[in-house]
Design a protein around this ligand. Structure first.
Ligand code: NDP
Length: 294
């Protein structure tokens, strides 16, 4: 039996439509226009693409979008001054600094300087700590999107055996916390884990966030399991053809065993920006003392 495909295009479009409705409500009922400021340092082509997409989707949702572009050789102090200005700006509810920053800049210092109330990337240690403590937090967008996708298959993740492969601050660790909040039983795997295939075969839910193209093989998957592939690996096309995007899961094999699986492209990647919009609305509500939107 072939797995059900968890379609990021459909799920992210539904999420964006819900965000747009919430933005319209905030405007008419409270006179609030959620605003997202994106800071891009340097001109890395991949970052340019992400920033353009964020700008477009922010505007389409009816929010205010502020773009700040700085040269790659900007002094750290100037970048920090911009963050301080955005922290103080009442029109800005969310601040995102596009990572990675060019060499020579201290991204930890930048992340630390963002007001936790406006930290829509959820990377500030205050938000990471609040999430780990089960308190309200702005949560990194990719893990949030991954959970939303899993919940389109299983209304409740309670008691399920979930395996998270990867332990980065951006994806793996917050994913673990979100899964614990859902009452899943979580195993965390990383580069030092022994016998990953055997662990994987026990998992009802597999989240692969490794950064290694097609590492998770079809015969690692428990029949009927749900597989969420976070990986985005750009690989050169054959015979000089266009680059291909591959996930961390060998999709063709895994879809013959899994119950449901996300494709790459067309999966988790599309959820990340949609969740950024969700976080900006959440931040705007919290800043104005309004209840968390549904
Ligand atoms: P990192 O490189 O920060 O982390 C990778 C993790 O994978 C580490 O914890 C590492 O372990 C672990 N790992 C590496 N090799 C193995 C192995 N052989 N077996 C088991 N675990 C291993 O990556 P990110 O978390 O930032 O990203 C992961 C993937 O997700 C990438 O492909 C990235 O492109 C993608 N991504 C996708 C996004 C989206 O929007 N869909 C957004 C962000 C990331 P250790 O800690 O021991 O080194």
């Amino acid at each position: 039996m072939t797995a059900r495909i968890i379609d990021g295009k459909i799920i992210s479009a539904e999420l964006r439509a819900r965000v747009a409705a919430e933005v319209a409500r905030l405007k008419t009922e409270h006179g609030i226009t959620p605003g997202l400021a994106v800071v891009l340092v340097g001109n890395d082509p991949a970052s340019e693409v992400y920033v353009r997409s964020k700008h477009k989707q922010t505007q389409e949702a009816g929010m205010a979008s502020f773009e700040h572009r700085l040269p790659a050789d900007v002094p750290q102090a100037e970048l920090m001054a911009l963050i301080a200005k955005l922290n103080a700006d009442p029109a800005v509810h969310g601040i995102l600094v596009q990572l990675p920053l060019p060499k020579g800049l201290d991204s930890n210092a930048v992340i630390d300087a963002i007001d936790p109330a406006k930290d829509v990337d959820g990377l500030n240690p205050t938000n990471a700590g609040r999430l780990a403590s089960g308190l309200f937090a702005l949560t990194p967008c990719t893990p949030l999107g991954s959970i939303i996708m899993a919940k389109t298959v299983h209304a409740s993740l309670e008691g399920m055996n979930a395996l998270v492969i990867g332990r980065s601050n951006l994806v793996g660790k917050p994913l673990v916390q979100l899964l614990l909040n859902e009452n899943a039983t979580v195993t965390i795997a990383h580069s030092r884990t022994r016998d990953l295939p055997a662990l994987c075969r026990q998992a009802d839910l597999v989240f692969a966030a490794v950064g290694k193209a097609e590492m998770v093989k079809g015969d690692w998957i428990k029949p009927g399991a749900t597989v969420i592939d976070v990986g985005i690996n750009r690989t050169p096309g054959k015979d000089g053809g266009k680059d291909k995007l591959l996930g961390d899961v060998a999709f063709a094999e895994a879809k013959e065993v899994a119950g449901a699986i996300t494709p790459v492209p067309g999966g988790v990647g599309l959820m990340t920006v949609a969740c950024l919009l969700v976080n900006t609305v959440r931040a705007a509500c919290a800043i104005h003392g309004l209840p968390k939107p549904a």
